[in-house]
Design a binder for this molecule. Sequence first.
Ligand code: GTP
Length: 354
Amino acid sequence: MSDTNEQKTHGVVTKKTSNAELSINDDALDLSSITQLSNPDDSIPIDMLCKMINLLTVGIFIINDDGVIEVVNAYAAKLFGMSKDALIGRKWSDFLNDCQRDEYLQLFDNLKNAKEESLSHGPKEITLNNANGTPIPADLSLSCLPYRQTQKTPMFIGVFHDLTSHKAEYKKLRRLANTDHLTGLANRHAFEKALNQHWMECVTNKHPISILIIDIDYFKQFNDKYGHVNGDKCLKKVAKAIDECVPSRDCVTARYGGEEFAMILPRCSANLAEAVAKHVRRKINALMFVNQGLPAGVNVTVSQGIACEQSGRYNRPEALLYCADMSLYKAKSSGRDRIQISYEVNEENESSQI
Ligand SMILES: Nc1nc2c(ncn2[C@@H]2O[C@H](COP(=O)(O)OP(=O)(O)OP(=O)(O)O)[C@@H](O)[C@H]2O)c(=O)[nH]1
C-alpha cells in the first residue's frame, strides 16, 4: 500500500503522507521537482522532505505568482493561526497590516519582474496578524524559487521566525540597561540619552529646558552611623520622593551617581525648576526612617543645583549640565540643604541661592 494518499478539499489537492503532511495545490506546483538536487540523480523522497519541513520550528510557505499559498508547513500554520488546509488558497499578504502589505506587494512585484532567478529579500521584521487576532512579530525572507525547479510559473518561498520571545527578552534587557537597579529610576546612561533628545526638541522649538541636580548631604555619615543596608533603603526613599515631584510625565528623574540624582525638566523655566526644587526639599526633609528601625529624629537633607537653557545661553546640553553641577557645588559649599540657581555660564555673581 502506498504511504501517500490524496484528497480534494475546496478544489485543492491535499497530499497526506504517513509520517507528515504538507498541503499542496497540485495544479500550480509539482513539489517533486523541488526535491531535485543539482545532480539530477540525487533526490530526496517526497515524504522525507515533507517530514523534514514539518518538523522545522521555522515557518515555511510557498506561494504562486499571485501571492496565493500553495504549500505551508505545520509551524507556519500554527503562527498563522489556521489549519494548513484552510491556508491553501489564501493570499499570504492577508496576514500583514495595511502598511506592510503595500510594502510587500511592491517587493513581490519586484521579485516577479526580476530577471535573476535567485532573487531574495530579507530577512525583514514584520508583524503577522494571525487568524486569532494575535500580532506576531516575525522576521521574514522571501525568495524566488529557481524556474528550473518549479518548471512552470515562478514560485516564491517565504521563511519566517517567531520573534515574540526574543522581543520580550530584548525589552527586558533594554529596560535593565536603562534602569538603576537599586532605585528603579533611569540610570546615568538613560539620563544622558534623554537629555540629548529633550535638548534637541526644546532648543528647536525655542522652549526652555532646565536641569536639577540633587545630592544627599553628609550621606557618608548616614552610612557610617546606620550601615549600608539602611543607606540603601534611604536612597530608595529619597529616589521615590524626588520622582513624586516631577511636574509632568515627560520629565526624567535619574540616579546620576551614588547619592546624586538628576531631573530633566523639558519646557520648564528657571522659576518652575525652582518650584520643583522647593517641593523636593520639603518632601525630603519630611522623610522618616522609623519603619526601618531608625530613631524618630533621623532625617536627611539635600543640596540642589539648577541650570536653565533659555534664549541660547548654553550651546550644548553638556554645558547646561556642567552649570547645574557648579550650582550644586555652590549649594554644598555654602552650607547644604540649599537650592542654587545658575543664570549664566561661569558667572559667579549671576546666581541666586534659596
Ligand atoms: N548605602 C549606599 N551608599 C552609597 C551608595 N553609593 C554611594 N554611597 C555612599 O555615599 C557616600 C557619599 O559620600 P561623599 O561623597 O563623601 O558625600 P557626603 O558624605 O554625602 O557629603 P556631601 O555630599 O559633601 O554632603 C559614600 O559613603 C558612599 O559609600 C549606595 O548605592 N548605597
